[in-house]
Design a protein around this ligand. Structure first.
Ligand SMILES: [Mn+2]
Length: 297
C-alpha cells in the first residue's frame, strides 16, 4: 500500500494515521506543496488531501479546485472519492475504508476541527509540531503512528511533548500575538493583511489570523516565508465563521485555492499588489488594514 498525503497540516497527517490504523505497513509519502502533486509520477495506491497524481489508483480529497479540474479533464473514476462538501479529507478516508471506532472517530473530529477553522488547543499544538517536522519524514511517520495508536491522547505522549518543547518561546510569542490582536481598534468586519515575512516562525505563522477572527475581523490574509519554496511568499486567507466572504475568490484568480473559510496562494513579491486588490474587492468598504508583525527581541 503506497499512500501520499498532504504533509503540512492536521488533516493530512491524521489521514495518514487512519490509513495506518487499517494498513499498519502502508508506505506513506508526505507532500508539502499540493501543486507539486501534478508532477508526481511514481505509482501510488491512494493520494489523500492533494490533487490527483498521474499514476495513482484512487484520489481521496475535498478541494473544490481539484474536483473541478478532474471533472473537466474527465479524470474522475468510481474509485476516487473527491467531495468538496466534506469538511476534511480524513472524514472521507474513514468513510472510504470504513474505519470506525473510538480512536478513528477522535481522529476525524480533530481533522474536521482543524480544517473548518475551529482549532482546539490540542489541534493547534498538533499543527505546530507538524510544521516543526516539515522536512522530517521519519518524524511525521512517527507522529502519524502515534495518532493511530493513541487518538486524542497523543497530547500526553512523552515524545510528542519533547517535540513541542522544541518550539522555543512559543508561549511568550503567543502572549505577544494576543496583545497585538487586542490592540486592533474596531476589529468587527475588518479585512486585515498581515505581513510577517522573516519575523514569525513558520509553525506559528497563522496564529494571528485565528486571534483576529476571534475578535470579529471578517477576513485575515497572512503573508509569510514558506521554507518549502524560498523566494516566494505564501499567503493564507482565513474567513470569519459569520462572514459571507469566500476565501477561494481571493486566492483562485492568482493560482491558489482551498476552501470557503480557508484558502491559500503562493506568490512572487511582484504579485502582492494584485493580491491586495483581490482582498480589497471582497471588502465592502474596499478598505484593507495592513499590519506588519514584528515581535520584540
Ligand atoms: Mn484538508
Amino acid at each position: 500500500m503506497r499512500v501520499a498525503v498532504h504533509g503540512s497540516d492536521c488533516d493530512g497527517i491524521i489521514s495518514a494515521a487512519l490509513i495506518l490504523l487499517k494498513y499498519p505497513d502502508a508506505k506513506i509519502t508526505f507532500i508539502n506543496n499540493p501543486w507539486e502533486a501534478s508532477s508526481i509520477n511514481e505509482p501510488l495506491d491512494i493520494v489523500i488531501d492533494l490533487p490527483k497524481t498521474m499514476n495513482c489508483k484512487a484520489n481521496i480529497d475535498h478541494h473544490e479546485s481539484n474536483y473541478r479540474r478532474l471533472a473537466e479533464e474527465g479524470r474522475l473514476t468510481e474509485k476516487d472519492m473527491v467531495s468538496p462538501s466534506a469538511p476534511a479529507a480524513a472524514k472521507l478516508v474513514a468513510d472510504y475504508f470504513n474505519i470506525r471506532g473510538g480512536i478513528a472517530d477522535e481522529l476525524v473530529e480533530m481533522a474536521v476541527a482543524a480544517d473548518t477553522g475551529k482549532h482546539t488547543e490540542k489541534t493547534l499544538k498538533l499543527d505546530r509540531v507538524i510544521k516543526l517536522l516539515h522536512d522530517d519524514d521519519e518524524g511525521r511517520v512517527r507522529l502519524a503512528k502515534l495518532l493511530a495508536e493513541k487518538g486524542a491522547a497523543f497530547i500526553e505522549d512523552e515524545w510528542f511533548r519533547e517535540q513541542y518543547a522544541k518550539l522555543k518561546d512559543i508561549e511568550k510569542l503567543d502572549e505577544w500575538l494576543s496583545e497585538v490582536a487586542e490592540s486592533i481598534e474596531n476589529p468587527k468586519g475588518l479585512f486585515v493583511f498581515v505581513d510577517e515575512e522573516g519575523t514569525i516562525p513558520y509553525y506559528a505563522a497563522k496564529d494571528i489570523a485565528h486571534k483576529l477572527l476571534a475578535r470579529g475581523c471578517d477576513t485575515v490574509a497572512v503573508a509569510y516565508s514558506d521554507p518549502n519554496s524560498p523566494r516566494r511568499l505564501k499567503v493564507s486567507i482565513r474567513v470569519n465563521e459569520n462572514s459571507s466572504t469566500d476565501a477561494r475568490r481571493i486566492a483562485e484568480p492568482l493560482g491558489g485555492g482551498g476552501h470557503v473559510k480557508a484558502a491559500g496562494v503562493t506568490l512572487e513579491a511582484k504579485d502582492m499588489l494584485l493580491f491586495l486588490r483581490m482582498l480589497a474587492e471582497r471588502s465592502p468598504s474596499r478598505k484593507v488594514t495592513y499590519l506588519r508583525l514584528q515581535p520584540p527581541r
